[in-house]
Design a protein around this ligand. Structure first.
Ligand code: PHE
Ligand code: ZN
Length: 881
């Protein structure tokens, strides 16, 4: 915690490390109140630097001893300046020994070494290792680690670290030790240790080259009935990376450890992944379909990091997307391949598009907008963003779209051939892709350097006499902080032409047949393409499969959209047509509410919804996506001045209208999509439950449909899985059913021993429009609430501020007042969690004037705090800038 103005760090200021570290030997005497860390490093001057000063970072640790080549340094031999320890005029080769003390039980920030439910856990990315020992804590310093752990044996029977266990044994005084060795050089952010009384599910697994690896999933004793799915996901991940990318597990042992106190989703420490329990623990009783999917994705993600992130890592934190964008792309492809069917894959893709629009586009248009590879930051923890992750994944996906699957694989192979064992830049990845395919991808670099969501405007001219279509695409990109003007991007735009019969018209461009979908490469501000042999006026299907993270503008008529919604061979664009139809109406209705006009929904739209709902040729999962309306956030992004209540009422009106007008069909869908028998989280069953539960929520949204409420009540009582149970409870709460309060109490009574379900219980209430800020304050007094636990704090406080638009934005500003209080309170405990909550105010300038004034006041209140972390300070000052 510092009170002076935080420093901005610039990418252009990168300099090579002055010293390199070859080996690190760490000794830990673990004690919650006073852990002693002995660190012995062999270092040598970096010829690429020319500097003779050793630079080490340290934070919240007490220095006990410092020796260079056996000689203890006196106070004048080194300088400590904030977090920086400098040893000037150091010899060429150095054995540096450092002893420090830290207090894990006092570590509420959950960065470095901390205690979670009595167990020792570490979290070192991005800059947590410096909270364990003084070190050149930067990703371009890679060393081999040997780790000796010593702890009380009864309390901490299990001692884990990276790599291989090489020795263990007893010590006097009821203590024991374990020695671990990681054969691969790694940056400090990948270091981990766990000292605990956890237990594991383990399995031997045969790798492609015939070796056998030991796989373990470590959890608290009572959770051994929830580890199966994570273990299965891990095995599937290993197989998939072997098959799709020829990448094998390089260790004899791979461990996953679950902890209930974790700032993020999970962490890819070498051989010792540490996970938020949310992404490990599941069985049908306590986990929803979404939870199962999350586990598969995150287990995959962390495992895939072993190559994309660990074997090849980042030169500096500005390159974060090098590992994150690529690894998100890989986990997305993994999830798609696990579903297997084209339709299932499309449903996954639609989910990705929804996330981008719901969260990333707003980020890219707000005060925290930054390029995929940022140019500056105050606090790196603030840059683990949807832009770096999800937009970064879209950027990687575009290589595959431009180069084809095989070309992409060639690029990956070359990337590993060139850079295995190195810390590199995003540019190195781009160069590998270009060189492996003999392509010029110079302009593609702008996806890394320019922030903002590009707009692509399309115009089509059909010449009936010549039977040609001329398609003109133009691009622009709005200004973002520090980037007023943008240069054109290299944008792959996948297009098709849909004929009157609903079929694709084979594409011929400049005399060349291009199949049914052509990837057009838009590189200039404006470009045209001429399609020949087009027998009739087609409807253009643009940006198929969402081939680039852009906003696509085209003046579709309703009948064009209806045509695409019924026929487009590209399922993503089929869905997209429905979203456009819905968005037009939602915007109009929102304006009506604000103006006090009567709301009305046209038959055309309702009929289109009916048609897709009753089309048995379509997968239930796809039908659910097609019936799902754009979220309140997405609608807000499309309106000039945001009136959250109008948006909510408009959207509720459409939901209720669908519930009323399609009552019969929705009831039938509920009957037809039951999943009797044993619960299974396969894509087909997940799709059925999703459609059934959406139908239920629409019916329940229809005012005074008692039958729907009864149906939800029944489902709540009879459900044998959490997906159906939570959905039914949600429907009751949102319909403000009389039975909701009792159901909530029953739910709590049944699941109070399951922390992750208690999180759901808080979140369900926090997001309900019937829960006002007073009710949230009351819930904070509930014995199960604990603001120090990130999952719990997020489930109640962040859910209210980010997902309950109606109550958060009440006109008296009391929601914002609550936000300010919570950001300040959380910041004193855990700046990372506080800083994420702080971003609830990102888009404040777009709200109606009354709200804006209250929001500004709340922002200024936080900003006025003398003591704020760099994390929160950066977010708030950028919001106010
Ligand atoms: N590197 C982790 C991941 O993406 C995320 C993470 C960042 C976790 C920082 C903890 C701290 O998988
Ligand atoms: Zn990651």
């Amino acid at each position: 915690m510092r009170t002076d103005t935080p420093l901005t760090i610039y990418r252009k200021d990168y300099t090579a490390p002055s010293y390199l570290v070859d080996t690190v030997e760490l000794g830990f005497d673990l004690d919650p109140a006073r852990t002693i860390v002995a660190n012995r490093m062999t270092m040598r001057r970096n010829p690429a630097s020319g500097q003779r000063e050793i630079e080490l970072y340290g934070e919240e640790i007490d220095l006990v001893a410092l020796r260079v080549n056996g000689k203890t340094l006196g106070k004048r031999d080194y300088r400590i300046d904030g977090n920086l320890l400098r040893i000037p005029n150091a010899p060429e080769d150095v054995v540096l020994e450092i002893e420090t003390i830290c207090a894990p039980e006092k570590n509420t920030a959950l960065s470095g070494l901390y205690v979670s439910n009595g167990n020792f856990i570490t979290q070192c990315e991005a800059e947590g290792f410096r909270r364990i020992t003084y070190f050149p804590d930067r990703p371009d310093v890679m060393a081999k680690y040997t780790v000796m752990l010593r702890a009380e044996k009864q309390r901490y029977p299990v001692l884990l670290s990276n790599g291989n266990l090489v020795e263990e044994g007893e010590l006097p005084g009821g203590r024991h030790y374990a020695k671990w060795e990681d054969p691969f050089p790694k940056p400090s952010y990948l270091f981990a240790l766990v000292a605990s009384n956890l237990v594991c599910q383990e399995e031997k697994f045969k790798l492609a080259d015939g070796r056998t690896a030991l796989l373990q999933v470590w959890v608290e004793e009572g959770n051994l009935d929830k580890t199966d799915y994570a273990m299965q996901s891990l095995k599937r991940s290993i197989r998939w990376d072997e098959e799709r990318f020829g990448l094998e597990l390089d260790l004899d042992r791979f461990m996953i450890v679950a902890t209930g106190d974790f700032n993020m989703g999970a962490m890819e420490n070498k051989g010792l992944n540490i996970f938020n329990t949310k992404y490990v623990l599941a069985n049908p009783r306590v986990a929803t379909d979404l939870d199962f999917q999350g586990i598969e994705a995150v287990v995959g993600h962390e495992y895939f990091h072993n190559w994309t992130g660990n074997r090849v890592t980042c030169r500096d934190w500005f390159q974060l997307s090098l590992k994150e964008g690529l690894t998100v792309f890989r986990d997305q492809e993994f999830s798609g391949d696990m579903v297997g069917t084209d339709s299932g894959r499309a449903v996954n893709r639609i989910d990705q598009v929804r996330t981008l629009r719901q969260v990333q586009f707003p980020e890219d248009a707000g005060p925290m907008a930054h390029p995929v590879r940022p140019d500056s930051f105050v606090e790196i923890n603030n840059f683990y963003t949807v832009t770096v992750y999800e937009k970064g994944a879209e950027v990687v996906r575009m290589y595959q779209t431009l180069l084809g699957r095989e070309g992409f694989r060639k690029g990956m192979d070359l990337y590993f051939e060139r850079h295995d064992g190195q810390a590199v830049e995003c540019d190195d990845f781009r160069r590998a892709m270009a060189d492996a395919n003999g392509r010029d991808l110079a302009q593609f670099e702008r996806w890394y350097s320019q922030a903002g969501t590009p707009r692509v405007r399309a115009a089509m001219r059909y010449d009936a006499a010549a039977k040609t279509v001329e398609l003109t695409l133009s691009q622009s990109c709005p200004p973002t902080p520090g980037q007023p003007d943008k240069l054109p991007f290299h944008i792959p735009v996948a297009v098709g032409l849909v004929g009157r019969d609903g079929r694709d018209i084979p594409l011929v461009i400049d005399g060349e047949p291009r199949g049914n979908t052509a990837v057009l490469e838009l590189t200039a501000a404006e470009q045209s393409w001429r399609f020949t042999n087009v027998p009739e006026l087609p409807v253009p299907s643009l940006l198929r499969d969402f081939s680039a993270p852009v906003v696509l503008e085209y003046d579709y008529r309703d009948e064009d959209l209806l045509h695409l919604f019924s026929h487009d061979s590209d399922p993503v664009n089929r869905w997209e047509a429905g979203q456009r139809l819905a968005m037009e109406r939602l915007l109009k209705l929102t304006a009506d509410v604000t103006a006090g006009s009567r709301m009305q929904l046209d038959d055309t739209f309702v009929d289109a919804m009916r048609k897709v709902l009753t089309d048995d040729a379509l997968d239930p999962a796809f039908r659910e996506q097609a019936l799902l309306l754009p979220t309140e956030n997405m609608i807000a992004e499309q309106t000039e001045v945001v009136h959250p209540l109008s948006i909510h009422m408009a959207r509720q009106f459409v939901r209720a209208t669908i519930g009323t007008r399609l009552r019969k069909e929705l009831m039938a869908a509920i009957d037809a999509n039951q999943t009797p028998g044993e619960y299974s989280p396969d894509a087909e069953a997940i799709g059925k439950r999703a459609l059934k539960n959406l139908a239920l929520s629409y019916l329940a949204a229809a005012t005074d449909d008692n039958e729907a409420i009864d149906l939800a009540g029944q489902q709540f009582e009879q459900a044998d899985n959490m997906t159906d149970k939570a959905a039914a409870l949600g429907a009751l709460i949102h319909a403000r059913a009389q039975s909701a309060a009792g159901a909530l109490q029953d739910f709590y009574d049944e699941f109070q021993g399951e922390a992750l379900v208690v999180d759901k219980w808080f979140a369900l209430q926090a997001s309900a429009p019937s829960t006002d800020v007073g009710a949230v304050r009351a819930l904070m007094q509930h014995p199960a609430f604990n603001i120090r636990n990130p999952n719990r704090a997020r489930s109640l406080v962040a859910t209210f501020c980010m997902a309950n638009h109606v109550q958060f934005h009440v006109p008296d500003g009391s929601g914002y007042q609550f936000w300010a209080e919570q950001v300040i309170a959380l910041d004193a405990l855990n700046p990372q969690v506080a800083s994420r909550l702080a971003r609830a105010m990102d888009r404040w300038r777009r709200y109606a004037p009354v709200l804006q004034a209250h929001m500004k006041k709340a922002l200024q209140q936080v900003n006025g705090q003398k003591k704020l972390s760099n994390d929160v300070r950066e977010v708030i000052s950028k919001a106010l800038a």
